[in-house]
Design a protein around this ligand. Sequence first.
Ligand code: XMP
Length: 212
Amino acid sequence: MNIKNNLILALDVGSESEAIDICEKVKESIDTIKIGYPLALAEGLEIIKKLKDKFGFKVICDFKVADIDATNEKICEETFKAGADAIICHGFVGPDSVQACLDVANKYEKELFLLTEMSHPGAKKFLQPAADEIAKMGIKMGITNYVAPATRLDRLQDIRNIVGEDAYIISPGVGKQGGDGKKTLEISNAIIVGRSIYEAENPKEACENLLK
Ligand code: XMP
């Protein structure tokens, strides 16, 4: 995925009007947004097409898909049918569940991001011990896109070492969660930033500061 300024906006706002307002303010700096449950549950999946049509953005759906293969397939179908360019799935559910997501992404000629280790402190308890194996599984399955944390650069580097330089890694955790954008981008291909942009008094300036 080609992401302008290597910066993805996590658009976790609660309404279409707030989403449009933020997008208007940052549209010069970004061309890719991440939509998760907060906005999709508030406004429905139609929000994907609305924002794509209005701003020409690429949309990554952060639905952290983590079910059995048959259900994952249905979730991915609905998401790509709604216009998403990519979807994020969990890896801890194992290869059959992830393969179902990959198959649907391939069918729509869209992209799948495999989540290895999450960025929040709680991820250390269950997910971190499994993350290297999840990344190795992804490589074995031919997956080229990964999500790994900006909050723990040592772990981000470990995951980069496993998936290799050719893999595309996007990293949440910059700003509010404590991660440093510049240092993260020495390892990752793109950073995901939410609250530090959409809660800022001046979201445009917040983007520009991140890009410095
Ligand atoms: P903030 O406001 O902390 O938003 O800048 C971060 C965004 O990223 C999501 N998030 C994650 N998504 N793997 C993911 O796939 C992760 O490890 C992870 N950590 C945070 C979060 O939901 C928000 O949208």
